[in-house]
Design a protein around this ligand. Structure first.
Ligand code: F6P
Length: 532
């Protein structure tokens, strides 16, 4: 199928069949019940579990039956998901609103092809080396630079200044490396927010001559990042720093702007690399500084293992595809407005933040690739926080609230610490929560009644290594892509963030006492309050 002429999900033959099946089997009296489903099918766990080495996924506690799964998989076929996937892997311009390829996979394939594709890749994937021909050399330069920083005794602190995709991925991965005892380079800090409190809190703990600032910005035009970078540069010079070029390194697709700022080195990348997909590229410098070349390369290898699975597993056993189909099922057939992600690992506590950008910036759209309004609801709200903390915050609502929220538990089998009695308790709590959501409990009073039949998924990593983390993050990327593909939207643009940026530029002078221009009454009133 030609990927550009693919039908979107609501234009397939499977769509009305799914609507009918959802109406008959999942709504109203006698509706699907997880407890009955397990009683009636001793093989349900095996039937709905998937392996995508090194990850395992248990989807059996979801509100889904074999007929829904069959129809959903048929829908993915009818939507031409495979053709679209292969177009992405070939480096075609699938980001049509910006006429760009989506090159994140090519950055992790720069030096090594996914083993699963050897010999069986779709023929056109052979052109992969042409997509970002310079990626391997830039990657090698970035890793050599990271190793030099790690070996430089004069650099004790590295500050990554960036926001969105230039912050969330690297920040989360560095936290994960730390939790695993795998971050052995200089201290790495992250500053993202325009709010000066963040930078002001960090700077007094640094010494100019011992600090390296990474200015990470694809556009090198993002207001937050430029504000923080300029403030950091002012601070650096005020503290006796003389060699801005040595102490500021840039990661950007806009090398000219980075050089004009004063960065001595700039690791440049292509426009096709989306911010929220960019941690595999030079944007991952902070990861390489923290975890070294070996850590970064293991992260890429894990992602490549998932790429190979995504590119070659049949759709019915393809984990990113099946997770995206479940997301679609919950959103468009069972009317779930949000999904909760709860990683039971301290090192993954920032995973929900990272996923918020990946999923909502990618798929929070209202028109399709041809500009037509969508016929189905798109991205739900992604939210959550690390377990077991979440149990003492929002799990009450998950168990007894009026909304059904699919919950995703991310578990790690082996702990990286030696403290006795923690990890088994943590895992037991996660399993217990998933079980309680499903089983519920007949209460002796209405407030003690748990309805049960509430869905959850478990994703299991063997350990929180760079390799398994790379696979997990690539899984989420492919899942977001497939979901957007089913909806027929462009998952690689983000026009929705532009309007607010422009209006901020107009309001800022007014806040400083200048002319406000024509403002709505509320904004004008608030400006009055803020001016004092
Ligand atoms: O939020 C909008 C956005 O463009 C994101 O897509 C991006 O990750 C972030 O801003 C930062 O952009 P840049 O890397 O260009 O500074």
């Amino acid at each position: 199928m030609d990927w550009q002429r693919r039908p979107r999900c609501d234009e397939t033959a499977a769509w009305p069949l799914l609507k009918a099946h959802a109406g008959q089997a999942f709504h109203g009296p006698g509706a699907f019940d997880l407890r009955r489903a397990f009683d009636g099918d001793p093989a349900r766990f095996e039937r709905f579990s998937l392996d995508a080495t090194p990850l395992r996924a248990d989807l059996s506690k979801n509100l889904i039956d074999t007929e829904a799964q069959r129809l959903l998989t048929r829908l993915a076929h009818e939507c031409g998901v495979e053709a679209h996937r292969d177009a992405m892997l070939r480096g075609e311009r699938i980001n049509t609103s910006e006429q760009r390829a989506a090159t994140h996979v090519h950055w992790r394939w720069a030096s090594n092809r996914p083993p699963a594709l050897d010999g069986k890749a779709p023929a056109a994937i052979k052109t992969i080396e042409n997509v970002v021909p310079e990626a391997a050399a830039i990657q090698a330069g970035m890793l050599a630079y990271a190793e030099a920083v790690r070996a430089d005794a004069a650099i004790t602190d590295v500050v990554n200044i960036g926001i969105g995709g230039s912050d969330l991925g690297p920040r989360m991965v560095v936290q994960a490396l730390r939790a695993g005892g795998l971050a052995d380079g200089p201290r790495v800090h992250f500053v993202s927010n325009m709010d000066g409190h963040a930078l002001a809190e960090l700077l007094p703990r640094l010494q100019a001559r011992h600090t390296l600032f990474i200015v990470a910005s694809k556009t090198f035009g993002t207001a937050e990042t430029l504000r923080n970078a300029r403030s950091a540069r002012d601070w650096f010079m005020a503290r006796g720093g003389t060699d801005v070029a040595r102490h500021f390194v840039a990661l950007s697709a806009n090398e000219a702007a980075a050089r004009a700022f004063g960065a001595g080195r700039c690791f440049a990348f292509d426009e096709g690399l989306g911010g929220r997909f960019s941690l595999w590229s030079p944007i991952g410098l902070a990861i390489a500084v923290a975890g070294g070349r070996a850590g970064f390369e293991a992260l890429l290898a894990g992602a490549r293992a998932m790429d190979g699975h995504f590119a070659s597993a049949p759709l019915a056993r393809n984990l990113p595809v099946q997770l995206a189909l479940l997301d679609l099922w919950y959103r468009d057939f069972l009317a779930c407005g949000s999904r909760c992600v709860t990683p039971y690992h301290h090192g993954l506590r920032r995973l929900p933040d990272y996923l918020q950008q990946l999923e909502m910036e990618s798929n929070g759209k209202r028109v399709d690739l041809r500009g037509r309004p969508l016929a189905a609801a798109s991205a739900p709200v992604t939210w959550g926080q690390a377990g077991s903390n979440g149990q003492h915050a929002f799990f009450q609502m998950l168990h007894q609230g009026s909304d059904v929220v699919p919950v995703e538990f991310v578990l790690v089998r082996e702990a990286a610490h030696q403290l006795p009695g923690h990890h088994a308790k943590l895992l037991a709590n996660a399993l217990a929560q998933a079980r309680a959501l499903m089983l519920g409990q007949a209460g002796d009073a209405p407030e003690r009644h748990f309805p049960g039949n509430r869905p959850s998924t478990v994703l299991l990593l063997p350990e929180l290594s760079p390799h398994s983390l790379g696979a997990l993050l690539a899984l989420y990327e492919h899942r977001a892509f497939v979901l957007g593909s089913l909806w027929g939207i462009d998952s690689f643009d983000q026009w929705g963030v532009e309007l607010g940026k422009r209006l901020a530029g107009e309001i800022e002078p007014a806040l400083a006492g200048g002319e406000a221009g024509a403002l709505d009454a509320s904004t004008a009133g608030l400006l009055g309050w803020l001016r004092g």
